[in-house]
Design a protein around this ligand. Structure first.
Ligand code: PRP
Ligand code: ZN
Length: 291
């Protein structure tokens, strides 16, 4: 049994693609903490939660073993490590693809051309599964980092690594060939923590906050004034206005209409709303929607 002080620990990537979004997500939940570039541990002042900054590759195992109860990590690493953890939420950031890439001038043009070649990767398990599925017979060269250099050093003919913006591949003279796995950031929890009632209660409290932020993402609160007779037309223009709050105004025949609408839908339809008689349109960001 691990020693516990009644606080949860959440593991996040120390420095990398997911770090800023992970910290932003936690701050968006109203958590207060002070974490420097080089600090590995930051307690939250207003919630029983400690943040641990770790190598992302270690996070699934640490969560599985209960070193941290929760983790924010790419699904790619969870799959690669085969970790027995529970995915509590898809976090909507860190989208990337695990891809086979080849040197720009390589004569490998399609997955079939990989037969008999060497592929360097830090994802040997996922890659082996893919090659087995696709019936491609080639050698996997497992590395622990700097995979992009492998073709230049003639350690491999291709690499299998994460591509997000694609700039790392481009800078290293590589072009993407095939997608092996689509991935993005997930919130995971360890089985022991989920089974322990006191910890589970804290996890649920945090999860409600995280989900409230995720639901609110991409949504706006809209308030507008319009003639009462225009309301049905406004509702046709913005489908999200299906069940708005409608308040009569002192002005005869005018109403104030309040609703939550998807941000993209709103900007596409703003002119139509004005043409239909909407005035004094106010659009506000939403921090959280608690269901
Ligand atoms: C991945 C990958 C590349 C980079 C690709 O690293 O290893 O280095 O992202 O991103 P790009 O297409 O936007 O250039 P990650 O942040 O997962 O950290 P790692 O060092 O742990 O692999
Ligand atoms: Zn890593």
């Amino acid at each position: 049994m691990r020693r516990t002080n009644g606080r949860l620990k959440i593991a996040i990537q120390k420095s990398g693609r997911l770090t800023d979004d992970a910290l932003g997500l936690l701050r968006g939940c109203g958590l207060e903490f002070d974490i420097g570039r080089n600090s590995l541990h930051a307690p939250c002042g207003n919630f029983p939660l400690d943040i641990l900054a770790l190598r992302d590759d270690d996070i699934p195992e640490y969560v599985m073993d209960g070193v941290a109860e929760l983790g924010i990590v790419g699904r790619n690493i969870v799959v690669e490590k085969g970790a027995t953890v529970e995915t509590l939420a898809e976090l909507g950031f860190g989208a990337c693809r695990l891809m086979i890439c080849v040197p720009v001038r390589s004569n490998i043009r399609a997955a079939g051309d990989l037969a008999g070649r060497r592929i360097a990767t830090t994802y040997p398990t996922i890659l082996a599964d893919y090659l087995r599925r696709e019936k491609i017979d080639c050698e996997i060269v497992p590395l622990s980092g700097a995979v992009e250099l492998a073709p230049m050093l003639d350690v491999a003919d291709a690499i299998c690594d994460l591509v997000s913006t694609g700039s790392t591949a481009r800078i290293n003279g590589l072009r993407p060939l095939e997608t092996v796995l689509d991935s993005s950031a997930v919130l995971v929890a360890g089985p022991a923590a989920m089974a322990e009632p006191r910890k589970r209660k804290l996890i649920d409290r945090l999860l409600i906050r995280i989900q409230a932020g995720l639901i609110a993402r991409g949504k706006r609160y809209v308030m507008l004034n319009a003639p009462a007779t225009a309301v049905p037309q406004l509702q046709r223009i913005v489908p999200g206005l299906a069940s708005p709050t409608i308040v009569p105004l002192a002005d005869d025949g005018m109403v104030a209409l309040h609703s939550v609408v998807p941000q993209d839908v709103f900007w596409d339809t703003m002119e139509q709303l004005r043409d239909a008689g909407a005035r004094d349109i106010i659009v506000m960001p939403i921090g959280a929607i608690i269901r």
